[in-house]
Write a protein that binds this ligand. Structure first.
Ligand SMILES: NC(=O)c1ccc[n+]([C@@H]2O[C@H](COP(=O)([O-])OP(=O)(O)OC[C@H]3O[C@@H](n4cnc5c(N)ncnc54)[C@H](OP(=O)(O)O)[C@@H]3O)[C@@H](O)[C@H]2O)c1
Length: 159
């Protein structure tokens, strides 16, 4: 997310940040994936879900994600992942799904992209410091491939 919490514009990502993409793929390596239908259908979706076990959350009846399962709520998606034997579930967003999943998650892995995006339309919800503790932060400077400074930030839930 950007400094003003933007995560999306017009159905896509607000930036091209290859270092973040590489970090993201490392984080989801051993994950069963859960995604909102809109993020699943976005351009970046195609590469992400290839060869992964995943569940897409939608209200549509008869929706059939190719190679994945479908659920009609976040909770039902988690139950499907558990029934499939998932050891680790990564919830990939987007904004609508993050808002519903924040109270369920036990860990947050956030890339802070240090810029303001003024025309964003999708946002990451507030992270309440009463419930979340930052325990690791790796900061990086922009370079010729990555146009903004960015930080990888890890939070653990405190009850
Ligand atoms: N920067 C990042 O890390 C990041 C990550 C992911 C996504 N994004 C961006 O975020 C944007 C997409 O996010 P979004 O908030 O618009 O959409 P989203 O969360 O990806 O998907 C929303 C859809 O999920 C389904 N849904 C949500 N809650 C549900 C529930 N309780 N029960 C059943 N179905 C439910 C509905 O699908 P139906 O309409 O089919 O019923 C809804 O339209 C894109 O711009 C994407 O690029 C950014």
């Amino acid at each position: 997310m950007s400094d003003n919490r933007v995560i999306g514009i017009d159905g896509g990502l607000p930036w091209r940040l290859p270092a973040d993409l590489a970090f993201f793929f490392r984080q989801i390596e051993d994950c069963y994936l859960l995604s909102g239908r809109k993020s699943y259908e976005s351009d970046q979706g195609k590469e992400i879900f290839q060869d992964k076990s995943f569940v897409v959350v939608t209200r549509q009846k008869g929706y059939e994600p190719q190679g994945g399962k479908v659920a009609h709520s976040v909770e039902a998606g988690i139950a499907i992942a558990e029934a499939d034997g998932a050891k680790r579930l990564c919830i990939l967003g987007g904004g609508e799904i993050y808002r519903q999943a924040l109270s369920i998650a036990d860990k947050l892995i956030i890339t802070e992209v240090h810029t303001r995006i003024e025309n964003g339309d999708t946002f990451f919800p507030d992270i309440d410091p009463q419930h979340w503790k930052e325990y690791k932060r790796e900061s990086h400077k922009k370079d010729e491939d990555n146009p903004y400074d960015f930080s990888f930030v890890f939070y653990i839930k405190i009850e």
